[in-house]
Design a protein around this ligand. Structure first.
Ligand SMILES: *[C@@H]1O[C@H](CO)[C@@H](O)[C@H](O)[C@H]1NC(C)=O
Ligand SMILES: *[C@@H]1O[C@H](CO)[C@@H](O)[C@H](O)[C@H]1NC(C)=O
Length: 343
């Protein structure tokens, strides 16, 4: 009896220390974007150690950065790998071009890195590069099929501006330019059981219209529904934005569009750069609530209980991004100290 009591006490003590150090394993559906647009960031090895220290099991890389990939070998952090926007025109030319990209940037790491997704371009739809996305996706899928790499899903990342209508969520619709590109991409995703990656920023919606958008709705802190859409009640803007994307995909003609999932490839709240809209407290509140929402597998009102993976943007404050809020999305300072406690 006494022995059991001591064991229990020791275990709870160890658990407490663990919690205080932030060493609790983060949920497997939470990841963090590793942006590198700064001249004062730590080395890739230090960054990977920082992910391990905080139990972050997933990383989104915006490009096939060799130092980062080298540092990730054998560290058991799952990777979403981005293909750079500027590479799309050349890659879209031929299967061979994609094969050689794959041979240089993915194949050498397959033995000791798990790649969950390869995203073909970041926020290029809508835009001049949008038409290159599907051809590159198809070539990439060919080579994954050929090499029996069914675990790696091909996708692309789209921004909120892809939606021409986002309110109410059930009316969600892509702009007409985006619709014509998505009419090729959404059936491809459905056929491959690949998700669409979406960037979801209640912060920008709130900051652009604070008179009409409630802070508690933007920050997941409303206690009663703020938006009623038919039979669906929305307590937070994040869900409304995700459901608007789901509704938009369902409006694309094509097989099984309603089975395409989403992965939230970015969400976050800046801690500075726009007066009292961007404080460390507000950023901490949003990011904690976002992580809890993702971790709890709540889904959204349209798809309750749906498994949605989410990435936080971003690991570090990046001093070479445009002035203002863009430099202040980091969870960590470049010296690896937290900007605010979130884990
Ligand atoms: C990493 O990917 C593997 C293979 O898809 C999966 O089984 C595992 O749960 C993933 N872990 C995390 C933390 O995402
Ligand atoms: C910012 O300050 C203004 C003026 O005092 C106030 O009306 C507003 O509620 C504040 N906003 C936040 C998010 O704290």
């Amino acid at each position: 009896m006494a022995v059991l009591h001591w064991i229990a006490l020791i275990l709870s003590f160890v658990a407490t220390i663990h919690n205080h150090l932030g060493l609790v394993e983060a949920s497997p559906n939470i990841g963090v974007c590793y942006g590198m647009i700064g001249n004062d960031l730590p080395s890739a090895t230090e960054v990977v150690n920082l992910y391990k220290t905080y139990g972050i099991g997933k990383m989104r890389l915006f490009d096939r950065n060799p130092s980062a990939l080298q540092a990730l070998r054998g560290r058991q952090i799952n990777v979403t790998l981005g293909i750079r926007n500027e590479d799309l025109p050349n890659l879209a030319v031929s299967q061979d071009a994609v094969n050689s990209w794959f041979a240089s940037n993915v194949e050498p790491y397959l033995n000791d890195i798990i790649f969950n997704y390869i995203s073909v371009g970041n926020e290029v739809i809508p835009g001049a590069l949008g038409d290159y996305v599907l051809p590159v996706m198809l070539s990439l899928q060919n080579i994954l099929d050929e090499k029996n790499l069914a675990g790696i899903k091909v996708t692309t990342v789209v921004p909120g501006s892809a939606l021409g209508v986002s309110y109410p969520p059930s009316s969600g619709e892509f702009t007409s330019e985006v619709s014509s590109i998505m009419s090729g991409i959404v059936p491809f995703l459905a056929q491959q059981s690949s998700p669409l990656m979406i960037n979801v920023y209640p912060y920008f919606a709130y900051a652009s219209d604070p008179a009409n958008i409630r802070l508690d709705y933007a920050q997941f802190t409303a206690r009663s529904p703020v938006v009623q859409d038919g039979s669906l009640s929305y307590y937070n803007m994040f869900d409304a934005m995700v459901d608007a994307f789901l509704a938009a995909m369902e409006k694309i003609d094509g097989v099984g569009a309603n089975v395409v999932d989403v992965v939230v490839s970015e969400s976050g709240w800046p801690s500075d750069g726009n007066g009292n809209f961007t404080t460390p407290e507000l950023a901490a509140t949003y990011n904690k609530n976002y992580m809890n929402h993702i971790t709890s597998i709540a889904g959204t009102p349209k798809r309750p209980g749906a498994y949605i993976e989410g990435y936080l943007f971003a690991m570090f404050n990046e001093n070479q991004k445009p002035n203002g809020v863009e430099q202040h999305f980091g969870l960590f300072h470049p010296n690896m100290q937290p900007v605010y406690p979130v884990f």
